[in-house]
Ligand binder design. Structure first.
Ligand code: FPP
Length: 258
């Protein structure tokens, strides 16, 4: 990856197009998920190779509960299979693993696998790999707000408080959101965290998404200018926040002269 002016730390991916990919080849939709799950580990490897700090993958949304039982079952099984198959590699590569979302209805065995891998990797300093499973952006924001007001009755909620009560507060802002499959929407994914993210939509369906395309997107986006609301390029939102505060003060002090 070429390092441009933009430092991409956190990439989030909506892995869409599995069903259409399978149907287009005369298979049942779930075959697309099976093929799609095998793409995940190559993209994780590429994220590491590109020194990303965090990769968050949308594996199952709150809305996906409306899918046929047979399809939901396959997605559950694929998660379990991934945890069993990739565990060794995750430990070897010092990847910090986490699942965000409501996992209460997952089978006990899968919940145990998630818990143990989360615990074992919690102090690792490598890639922060997060699966969003049973996840919805709006419910995450609601969770955060409700937690804060329960813990701090009568206190006004600030931006930092909202961040701190998200499911994974240690993750940086999302710098880049990629969606495969051709649709151009964010589908309730990390709504708070993507406020300033670059958005990249590719027609490639997830089972066909290759590490080469991932790298091309990283290169392309790292060369896009990010202004975070300012007029020139900045490397992160905080830089412009500091500048905005300074400017507000200057303008405030000179209000009489305007
Ligand atoms: C969207 O495709 C994809 C999902 C709902 C699930 C994504 C899951 C995987 C890639 C496999 C799970 C892997 C692990 C490791 C947990 P879609 O079915 O909505 O596709 P369509 O838009 O073509 O119908």
């Amino acid at each position: 990856m070429l390092m441009g002016t933009n430092n991409i730390r956190h990439v989030a991916i909506i892995m869409d197009g599995n069903g259409r990919w399978a149907q287009g080849r005369g298979h049942v939709r779930i075959w697309g998920h099976v093929r799609g799950s095998s793409v995940v580990s190559s993209i994780v490897e590429e994220a590491q190779a590109n020194n990303l700090e965090a990769l968050t993958l949308y594996a199952f949304s709150t809305e996906n509960w409306s899918r046929p039982f047979s399809e939901v079952k396959v997605l559950f099984r694929l998660l379990k299979k991934f945890l069993l198959k990739e565990r060794k590699k995750i430990l070897q590569n010092k990847i910090r693993f986490k699942v965000i979302g409501d996992t209460a209805d997952l089978p006990e065995e899968t919940k145990c696998l998630i818990d143990s891998l989360t615990q074992e990797t919690s102090n690792f300093k490598g890639l922060k790999l997060t699966f969003a499973f049973g996840y919805g952006g709006r419910s995450e924001i609601l969770h955060s707000v409700n937690k804060f007001i329960t813990d701090n009755p009568g206190v006004k909620l600030g931006e930092k408080d909202l961040w701190q009560n998200l499911f994974a507060p240690e993750l940086p802002e999302v710098d880049l959101l990629i969606r495969t499959g051709g649709d151009q929407r964010v589908s309730n994914f990390l709504l708070w965290q993507i406020a300033y993210a670059e958005l990249f939509f590719t027609k490639t369906q997830w089972p066909e998404f290759k590490r080469e395309e991932f790298c091309q997107i990283l290169d392309f986006v790292s060369n896009r200018e990010r202004r975070f609301g300012a007029t020139t390029s900045y490397s992160c939102l905080n830089e412009t926040k500091v500048l905005a505060e300074k400017n507000r003060q200057i303008i405030h002090d000179h209000l009489g002269t305007i």
